[in-house]
Design a protein around this ligand. Structure first.
Ligand SMILES: [Mn+2]
Length: 388
């Protein structure tokens, strides 16, 4: 295979998962601006996600969030997904919206609250069984706001016990991925604040536990590609939650704030073998489109990941290694920058045409009439959003 053919084959094989919640209404703690045509239930969210896959050809799976995507019949939901051309991806748990969780969930000082949280996580594994999902995504809002509020180490013990119970419930071919987040909603301590804490828990649990890197969950200036390289080296990088941040956990479109960082991260993925399907790294979007139209924003995000991936794949690995081993600092950096500065849009347009897709997925979606159709059809009912 020529270089370009290999790059195209890798881009065609890449899979980018969309989040069901990204199609619903969202906002800040100040205001949620509702949009016309927004889904009213998980079935309509899957239909919207299918538009992203139809336009891009690389987004065939959709993450669900429980209880926001709770339905009576999960087999019917999975069948509907297949009907519209997608599949159910990860099951995301929610242990942060009950009144009982004021002091935490799995790390709460009261055993009864911890039991309630674990029961929810076990229910999520039942939903994996019913939908064919292979991954349970865990993020805990647990932490404390004030020094002395609770015992830091005791909270880790409670967390470890809960994780072990859920880990033991995982079936054949199922896994759990643990996401960390620096702060928020807790402001003093967070129980899983960084990759080291997540990694330590995963290591104790076993090989079916891996770490999720959400690109928005770090302190400003953190070298995320270093974290990615270490986790890949240890075989514990389970998934990405892609998004962009300017200040905190902004959940803006991936690649919008810092496309160079995204390129550096994906270069680390390539260098560590993370694009090999056998590595088991899931590439997910975790975004909220508060003021922009949601489906085109999701399509744009997929294109941003593809563009950064293409640039990472274009890095001349042999030339890079030669320069590195020769101690050619400027030469090695130039190899990387040459790839980053390549305009990969013509390559991707060509690939899409080869895949039978429109070379411009956003324009194709906008010309297709779907946006007008859902505005006309989705009248009445309650629009999906946080907590629904
Ligand atoms: Mn996330």
């Amino acid at each position: 295979m020529s270089g370009t053919t290999a790059v195209k084959a890798a881009l065609q094989a890449q899979r980018i998962e969309t989040p069901s919640w990204g199609f619903g209404n969202s906002g800040t703690r100040f205001k949620v601006f509702a949009q016309q045509g927004v889904p009213r239930d998980p079935f309509e969210k899957l239909a919207d996600a299918a538009q992203v896959h139809a336009a891009t050809g690389v987004a065939p799976t959709v993450s669900l969030h429980i209880p926001w995507d709770k339905v009576d019949d999960y087999a019917a939901l999975a069948a509907h997904a297949a009907d519209v051309g997608v599949r159910i991806g990860m099951i995301n748990s929610n242990t942060f919206q009950d009144d009982a969780y004021r002091l935490g969930s799995v790390a709460h000082p009261d055993a009864a609250v911890r039991r309630r949280a674990v029961d929810h996580l076990l229910e999520c594994v039942d939903i994996m069984d019913a939908t064919g999902s292979d991954s349970l995504k865990l993020w805990f809002a647990d932490g404390t706001n004030y020094p002395g509020q609770d015992d830091i180490a005791a909270r880790q013990d409670r967390l470890a016990e809960a994780l072990a119970r859920v880990y033991d419930r995982l079936g054949e071919g199922q896994r759990m991925v643990l996401e960390y987040k620096l702060f928020e909603p807790a402001f003093y301590t967070t129980d899983v604040p960084d990759w080291g804490t997540a990694y330590a828990h995963c290591l104790k649990l076993g090989p079916k536990a891996k770490v999720v890197v959400d690109t928005g969950h770090h302190a400003p200036g953190t070298n995320i590609e270093f974290i990615v390289a270490i986790l890949l080296r240890e075989g514990r990088l389970g998934a990405f939650d892609f998004n962009s941040r300017f200040y905190a956990d902004d959940d803006l479109m991936v690649g919008a704030a810092d496309p160079f960082q995204l390129f550096r991260i994906l270069h680390a993925v390539r260098a560590g073998g993370g694009f090999d399907p056998a590595a088991g790294v899931a590439f997910m979007l975790d975004q909220c489109h508060n003021i922009e139209p949601k489906i085109p924003a999701m399509i744009r995000s997929v294109l941003n990941v593809q563009e950064a991936t293409a640039k990472a794949l274009l890095v001349d690995a042999d030339a890079l290694r030669t320069a590195q081993l020769a101690g050619d600092v400027l030469g090695a950096n130039a190899v990387l920058m040459d790839a980053y500065n390549t305009d990969v849009r013509p390559l991707l347009a060509e690939l899409r045409e080869e895949m039978g897709l429109d070379p411009n997925p956003v324009a194709a979606y906008q010309a297709g009439g779907y946006a007008e159709k859902i505005v006309a059809e989705r009248v009445g009912g309650t629009q999906a959003g946080w907590g629904a």
